[in-house]
Ligand binder design. Structure first.
Ligand code: NAD
Length: 310
């Protein structure tokens, strides 16, 4: 029997995931509060629906790609406490807990919190609905091409049932533990990405001041032991060419940096390097809006070398 998939949140990542699954011949239904996002998904072979009720009636597996943990909690469990956009007011009464059928599998690809994943999973389990956290890396290009990576928190049996959908939408999957573990791994990953962007900017700026061009320095670093996602992907694609169009916003990366600080604090851990980096991301609010590209953080290190006008 053909598995039908519903995607909730058709933004930079969810839109690409929905299109990828449609290309793999899954019947895909998409819901987003934004009409523009629904129209874009329709052009990519996704059937847009106008409500959560309609989406749940049609889907065996539901994928979430929402901005933050609070959006996931509100959508799954309902309630008034979580902040959402004005457009969500119309859908306030709708929640997955109230509307979904037993047997549904929910794959949450949002970069969320481990506690939210566990809380939502426990509540949905009482109604026979399975929930796994499978946050992703690889950006909008990775989502649209099906090459993104996933770190997954799930029970073995649920993961086995979700496998065909997960394999179609991603290039690599690492099962890191039970529900919540996916978000622990993703938060750790993005803590590293936040550090690497700034440390690579400092290395590139220092070498440039000493007479080595950014292009040549990156070639050397990428052949050596200083390489990272920042030096191999972010600088060549979005920084050196000053495009700053990765499709990942400053606001969402600040959220992830905050999630890492919160997790370390909950665990009673002192992480001096991560703390210093988090402070730089926080201070950057004074000059860089949440809507900017996350790579623009490097402009603080050397505005002349990395700035738009340079
Ligand atoms: P985005 O802002 O482009 O998309 C989010 C979408 O969710 C929007 O279209 C919004 O209208 C929709 N939405 C919000 N609340 C909704 C609701 N209640 N019902 C239906 N739709 C709703 O964000 P994005 O860049 O696609 O990121 C999504 C998630 O993936 C975030 O958690 C982010 O941290 C993570 N992520 C993003 C990237 C990236 O490169 N953009 C990479 C890895 C992980």
């Amino acid at each position: 029997m053909t598995t039908t998939v519903g995607v909730i949140g058709l933004g930079n990542m969810g839109g690409g995931m929905a299109a990828t699954l449609a290309r793999h011949d899954f019947p895909v239904f998409g819901f987003d509060l934004s009409q523009a996002a629904r129209d874009k998904a329709a052009a990519a072979g996704v059937t847009p629906v106008n409500s959560l009720t309609e989406l749940l009636a049609k889907s065996d597996v539901v994928i979430l790609s929402l901005p933050k943990a609070e959006h996931v909690e509100r959508l799954c469990l309902g309630g008034e406490d979580a902040p959402v956009s004005d457009a969500a007011e119309d859908h306030k009464a709708e929640s997955l807990l109230a509307l979904a059928r037993p047997g549904l599998i929910v794959i949450d690809t949002t970069t969320s919190t481990p506690e939210t994943s566990r809380k939502v999973a426990a509540a949905l389990a009482k109604r026979g609905i399975d929930f796994i956290d499978a946050p992703v890396s690889g950006g909008p290009k990775g989502a649209a091409s099906g090459s993104m990576s996933m770190v997954i928190g799930a029970e073995d049996e649920v993961l086995a049932r979700a496998k065909p959908v997960l394999e179609a939408m991603s290039g690599s999957r690492v099962h890191v533990g039970r529900c919540g573990a996916g978000n622990v791994a993703k938060i750790a990953n993005n803590m590293l990405a936040a550090c690497h962007l700034i440390s690579t900017a400092e290395a590139v700026a220092m070498a440039a001041r000493a007479g080595v061009s950014p292009e040549k320095l990156l070639e050397g670093v990428n052949a050596g032991s200083g390489r990272s996602g920042a030096s191999q992907v972010m600088f060549p694609n979005w920084v050196i060419n000053k495009a700053y169009d990765s499709g990942f916003s400053m606001g969402l990366m600040r959220k992830d940096v905050g999630l890492a600080s919160d997790l370390a604090q909950q665990l009673g851990m002192e992480l001096p390097l991560a703390n210093a980096v988090a402070q730089l991301w926080n201070e950057s609010r004074a000059t860089l809006d949440d809507s900017e590209d996350f790579c623009a953080i490097v402009q603080r290190t050397d505005p002349t070398l990395f700035g738009h006008g340079a």
